[in-house]
Design a protein around this ligand. Sequence first.
Ligand SMILES: Nc1ncnc2c1ncn2[C@@H]1O[C@H](COP(=O)(O)OP(=O)(O)OP(=O)(O)O)[C@@H](O)[C@H]1O
Length: 275
Amino acid sequence: MFVNNDVQTNANDMLERHIVQPNDPQHPIVLATEDLHVFYGKSEALFEGDLQFAQNQITALIGPSGSGKSTYLRSLNRMNDRIATVKGRIMYRGVDVNQPDIDVYEMRRRIGMVFQRPNPFAKSIYDNVAFALRLRGVTGKKKLDELVEVSLRQAALWDQVKDDLGRSALGLSGGQAQRLCIARAIALKPDILLLDEPASALDPVSTSQLEDTLLKLKEQYTIIIVTHNMQQAARISEYTAFFNQGRVLEYDTTSHIFTNPRVQITSDYVSGNFG
Ligand SMILES: Nc1ncnc2c1ncn2[C@@H]1O[C@H](COP(=O)(O)OP(=O)(O)OP(=O)(O)O)[C@@H](O)[C@H]1O
């Protein structure tokens, strides 16, 4: 169910925008940005990008290179803190996490991130997942074993690695390493998973496995994914936001964005005629 609550035309430059925020009681909003502006030095890389994210759904962020997708995504759990100035509110379950007194470490446990390139630690598969758990005080071997197994199972990697958890994670294939990074993120039991082009370094088979994994994970997590792959966005997401030049020009259900986009630039982009 959706409410068309914000169809507008920007008076400054007449760029058409069409923003339809999710409004489904079965999937309440868990995260939303309000009046978000991101600056690198004096350069404003993101404005007019306010989105709401529905629980246990996948939202895809698409748009041409340099349009602000990663800037937006990284702001959501304050990964931009050191390199950018982020103004505005980032409301996570009613709390503005873009406040100075927020425990960023704890916030990132709840809003976890998986990066574009798989970045396993130079440790065993087991220790990659157990590392952050130990840091958070989980020490008992039985408990650690259990959490490592559950995380690897959820990331659809358990069956491939269970017989040799002690081997180096650096020997995994790209797709396996990316699923290990997902296992590492979900070991901390986050609420929201942010993924920045997680399949860009993967072959088609690994990409397809990763997509299957994400579709299962959304039963437990809210997922926000940056992707350049239009088919991927269409296959796995319920909502899609189209970014262009630092602003979201269109946000709607994925089916609307791909079958009936309202904004011409979105239409051109998803049909491959632009960007
Ligand atoms: N660390 C940085 N310092 C300065 N400018 C940056 C930095 N990171 C990004 N930018 C600029 O901010 C704008 C948005 O970049 P961003 O990486 O968010 O776009 P994107 O849509 O994710 O692009 P891509 O699809 O290529 O990853 C671009 O103009 C980019 O050059």
